[in-house]
Design a binder for this molecule. Structure first.
Ligand code: HEM
Length: 378
């Protein structure tokens, strides 16, 4: 809100990124994201945006995915997995997601009360779902949880190197899984990808690994923080609207998406030509970061944006981005969050925060809004 007073785009210097414009309004954010020809993810030389020359080569390879690509490479890769994330396919998964959520809710206090809702519930559920969808072995789940924790620890230099190391391990593991699917077949999206590869899809072996890594990482991290952030918002306003009517959870999840804004800003975009955005002139060569969180709090788009209104309608949040990179997993994230919250509060109707809401610890990972620990009691 403070930055928005200076305009819809503000020139600033951002840690690790350097000089960038940042958007503060919904319209500026949407304009940048929708115009992928003017605002590109890669520089003119095609290098993966944001990667420094000194980063290990494997980081460059694994970062070579649809989320870092402009057209036509982006559509080439996205079209390979689009079908698997269509609404019909995801809705068909809902009963299974419910079973997973119910099982995890039952186990929440298995090690006693209070329990940390992040580690015992919000972290596990999306990982369980996406790893099952991909066809990864159940026995490897502890590894995924450790990797998820490493992704959340990108809050300082140590966390950064821990993350690089984690990516290296993830890459080796996923290469193995893909190889196993190539020789032995199997169930799940990895096996389907291998089939598509065999049928001549335009995807290199390295791109296969980065695709699966992106799905595993993007499909778990953000949803974890949506679930824990939403649970926190409900727990610190102990009213009873959810107990009465769970059919309204879909609407509430939209508001949680807006209010929590798990992805606060997205990767910087390169400006390819002189252009005007909301009256602000940008020059070829400039860079822009879109602030999804600021757009979600823009009073020109949302009445009383600072208040949580679980009945808000219409809700034009931009938490999943917009344009060609609009989140591939938005249906999945929505259903997971709805199932997770319903399973949790139905199983534990007296669930409460075990600490003062003001003492809940947030983690300062750039770009992602996340609760580090959420102690709850039954
Ligand atoms: C892209 C947010 C869950 C997979 C994006 C983008 C955002 C986003 C903002 C666009 C970034 C940009 O334009 O730079 C979220 C949030 C989620 C969530 C807030 C949960 C609350 C998921 C899930 C998956 C997923 C469950 C599962 C596979 C992807 C992929 C992309 C993407 C593959 C890249 C799409 C492309 O480049 O075409 N997500 N996401 N996300 N998301 Fe999500």
């Amino acid at each position: 809100a403070a930055l928005r007073m200076s305009g819809p785009l503000v020139a600033t210097r951002f840690p690790l990124v350097g000089d960038v414009w940042i958007t503060t309004t919904h319209d500026a954010t949407a304009q940048v994201l929708k115009d992928g020809a003017t605002f590109t993810l890669r520089k003119e030389d095609g290098d993966v945006a944001g990667l420094r020359w000194w980063m290990p080569r494997y980081v460059r390879t694994i970062a070579n995915n649809m989320l870092t690509m402009d057209e036509p490479g982006h559509t080439r890769l996205r079209s390979i997995v689009d079908e698997a994330f269509r609404r019909r396919a995801i809705v068909a998964m809902e009963p299974r997601i419910r079973v997973i959520a119910d099982g995890l809710a039952d186990e929440l206090f298995a090690n006693g009360s209070p329990a940390d809702l992040v580690q015992r519930y919000a972290r596990i559920l999306p990982l369980a779902v996406i790893s099952e969808l991909l066809g990864l072995p159940l026995a490897d789940r502890p590894k995924f949880i450790a990797w998820g924790n490493a992704m959340s620890s990108l809050t300082n230099v140590v966390g950064f190197f821990r993350l690089l190391w984690t990516f290296r391990k993830m890459r080796a593991y996923l290469e193995q899984q893909l190889q196993a699917a190539r020789t032995q077949g199997g169930e799940g999206l990895i096996a389907e990808l291998v089939q598509v590869e065999r049928e001549g899809a335009q995807i290199t072996p390295d791109e296969m690994v980065s695709m699966v890594l992106l799905l595993l990482a993007a499909g778990s991290e953000t949803t974890t923080h949506l679930i824990s952030g939403s649970a926190y918002e409900l727990l610190r306003r102990p009213d009873d609207w959810l107990e009465q009517d769970w059919s309204r959870i879909g609407l509430a999840v939209e508001e949680f998406l807006r209010f929590v804004s798990p992805v606060q800003f997205s990767k910087p975009r390169h400006v390819r030509r002189d252009v005007e955005v909301e009256g602000v002139r940008l020059k070829k060569g400039d860079r822009v970061m879109v602030m999804l969180a600021a757009a979600n709090m823009d009073p020109a788009m949302h009445d009383h944006p600072e208040s949580l209104d679980l009945e808000r309608k219409p809700n034009r949040h931009i938490s999943f981005g917009t344009g060609v990179h609009f989140c591939l997993g938005h249906q999945l994230a929505r259903i997971e969050a709805a199932c997770a919250l319903e399973a949790l509060f139905v199983r534990w109707p007296k669930l409460g925060l075990a600490v003062d809401p003001a003492e809940v610890r947030w983690r300062r990972r750039p770009g992602i809004r996340m609760i580090a620990k959420l102690p709850v009691s039954a």
